[in-house]
Ligand binder design. Structure first.
Ligand SMILES: [Fe+2]
Length: 344
């Protein structure tokens, strides 16, 4: 293993020179963000070891980030960037990815207590992971640029990959949806739910304001991923007129959640979809004398090279079992916390 000294990162993730505050759009920018997050976690872990403490929480955080974000980037690069480059060019990068997957799995086993080791051995493994990642990212930027300027190599997110800036906004026991970009809040929240650890509880928070006289109001996503959405009772029962409804939001949540569950299960079977489109139709009807969401129907259209119908149907079944929003529609217990504010 290679011994290195990590430079302690401080403050916000650095951005390449000349960048304004915007999401990482190039491969080099994505790599800067990934490496910063990994180095920051590694530094906290090494500091805990230096102080004579076994770094349970720091190891869980580093292993979680490596599993969720580093390996996601690896998969996205293989699916979205590697096919456009001659195979001999990316052969070494693909071997790096195998080693990164093994290193991330090692950290996950260590975090789970399945890999007994001394603090010194853990520190060496973590330093080795950071060095391995840094070298790979640098090589990858050079090789994939192949004559172009590095800032001309698109990031995976611009090709439909996973945005890494969701992770720090959603990691933790409470996710403020109103703090996420409004058009990404549902997807980011579902992504968080799908990476929940055993025994973990996650609380999603968001706010809605409604004028009781007119029946109109606004819905805010805590993430900030989408702007305020106008909502009205008429959009549920008559015409949308450009306004949304709880049923439409439920359908958006269901289709986004199911799409992620399906993509996750397909990935586990090494099946990379070329196209995945899911539509959810949520129906509001009278049942038992009260308006009731009686059904949510999902239409799934997918193109998955190398997967036959039987295999696809099997993965559909696995995704249906996984999707947390499907279970919510399946009769979840609903509780209400009510606070009456004092009259002015
Ligand atoms: Fe890579």
């Amino acid at each position: 293993m290679t011994e290195v000294s990590l430079t302690p990162p401080h403050g916000q993730p650095p951005r390449p020179a000349g960048l304004t505050a915007r999401p990482p759009l190039t491969l080099a920018e994505e790599h800067v963000l990934l490496l910063w997050q990994v180095t920051a976690s590694a530094e906290k872990l090494l500091t805990a070891i230096e102080h004579g403490r076994w770094p349970d929480a720091e190891l869980a955080a580093l292993a979680g980030y490596a599993q969720a974000e580093v390996l996601r980037q690896v998969s996205d690069e293989e699916a979205l960037l590697f096919p456009a480059v001659p195979s001999q060019t990316v052969a070494g990068l693909a071997r790096d990815h195998v080693r990164l997957r093994a290193a991330a799995e090692f950290l996950a086993r260590a975090a789970a207590g399945d890999q007994p080791m001394s603090p010194a051995q853990l520190a060496a493994a973590v330093r080795d992971f950071v060095v391995q990642l840094e070298r790979h990212l640098r090589n990858e930027e050079d090789l994939l640029a192949s004559g172009r300027a590095q800032h001309d190599v698109p990031g995976t997110v611009t090709l439909g990959g996973h945005p890494h800036e969701w992770y720090p906004l959603t990691e933790g026991p409470v996710v403020d949806l109103d703090a996420l970009p409004a058009d990404q809040a549902v997807a980011a929240a579902v992504d968080r739910l799908l990476r929940m650890r055993r025994g973990e509880q996650v609380e999603l928070q968001s706010g809605t304001g409604l004028d009781p006289a007119s029946g109109t109001g606004t819905v805010r996503m805590g993430s900030g991923a989408a702007g305020e959405l106008a909502v009205t009772w008429a959009s549920r029962t008559e015409r949308a007129d450009g306004k949304t409804s709880p049923e439409e939001l439920a359908a958006a949540a269901h289709s986004a959640c199911y799409a992620m569950a399906l993509a996750l299960r397909l990935g586990e079977h090494k099946a990379v979809p070329e196209r995945l489109a899911i539509t959810a139709t949520v129906t509001l009807d009278w049942a038992g004398g009260v308006p009731t969401i009686v059904s949510s129907h999902l239409d799934v259209t997918a193109s998955v090279p190398g997967l036959d119908k039987a295999g696809f149907d099997a993965v559909i079944g696995e995704a249906s079992d996984l999707c947390p929003v499907s279970r919510l529609f399946g009769g979840a217990k609903i509780t209400v916390g009510a606070t009456l504010e004092p009259a002015p």
